[in-house]
Design a protein around this ligand. Structure first.
Ligand SMILES: Nc1ncnc2c1ncn2[C@@H]1O[C@H](COP(=O)(O)OP(=O)(O)OP(=O)(O)O)[C@@H](O)[C@H]1O
Length: 254
């Protein structure tokens, strides 16, 4: 249902020490996402996961290669046209809007303003209507609250393909399990093809297939058990031979 053909995304290096030219962020990705499957995309920080997700949604422009969605070449389509075609994207850092409530946001996203329908929608996505419907979607919301609203708004659009970029950021321990269950339920009940960008093992366990991205390339596709060896390997610092970090009291996070 979604095919990525030799996808590239490069940016200008600018006038930095590496001296102009282009830097490849996504370096030739080929992949066919099957209808109704649940995919988790993982990999080290800065490996290109969010960039890839944004290329699919059209937030980043493709440098070369193509994106085929339901048989249609969408490479040149705008975000709006991709949304109309059935792709929805849940941001890692969702936007906040001054002077707008969740009720209004949800109505704009879905075209529904009937009270009972909005309430059923929120029940479906596991959000308490009493608590959330009149909340202002502004800077006063907590990080977890805005993520719940973002996720609910994405699901409410009934997309054919839903992309969630780190949906558990800021989400409390009690919500992560139900959140995974919710995304699996949407996949099962509505046949939603689901792509979750995540470092969290619960999403990797829930996935039908895992993709590991490193250096803007797919370096693994398969199930979690088979992915573990590579995931452990990627946690080892590649600068260790030339860095004296091991002998220092304060080390980097790797
Ligand atoms: N428009 C852009 N211009 C310049 N550099 C960019 C741009 N978009 C992404 N990058 C760079 O590309 C690299 C990959 O970024 P990306 O956000 O895709 O990483 P990620 O794998 O999602 O990381 P994380 O796990 O930390 O969220 C980073 O070094 C980032 O700074």
């Amino acid at each position: 249902m979604l095919e990525l053909r030799d996808l590239h995304f490069a940016v200008d290096r600018g006038d930095g020490p590496e001296g102009g030219g282009k830097r490849g962020i996504i370096n030739g990705i080929n992949f066919n996402f099957e209808k109704g499957k649940f995919y988790a995309i993982t990999g080290p920080n800065g490996s290109g996961k969010t960039t890839l997700a944004k290329l699919i949604m059209g937030i980043n422009p493709t440098t070369s290669g193509s994106i085929i969605f339901d048989g249609q070449d969408i490479t040149g389509l705008s975000i709006t046209d991709r949304a109309k075609a059935g792709i929805a994207y849940s941001f890692q850092q969702p936007a906040r809007f001054k002077g707008i409530t969740f009720r209004e946001l949800l109505s704009i996203a879905t075209g529904i303003d009937e009270e009972q329908k909005l309430i059923s929608l929120l029940m479906r996505v596991g959000i308490c209507p009493m608590d959330f419907l009149e909340k202002a979607v502004d800077a006063k919301l907590s990080g977890g609250e805005i993520k719940k609203i973002e996720l609910a708004t994405t699901i409410a659009r009934n997309p054919k393909l839903a992309i969630y970029d780190e949906p558990d950021t800021g989400i409390d321990l009690w919500t992560i399990g139900p959140m995974v269950d919710l995304l699996k339920r949407e996949q099962k009940n509505y046949g939603t093809t689901t792509i979750v960008v995540s470092h969290n093992k619960v999403f990797l366990e829930a996935a039908d297939e895992i993709l590991i991205i490193n250096g803007g390339r797919i370096v693994f596709r398969g199930i979690l058990d088979e992915a573990m060896a590579l995931l452990n390997d990627l946690s080892i610092c590649s600068f260790k031979p030339c860095c004296e970090g091991e002998d220092q009291n304060v080390r980097c996070f790797r």
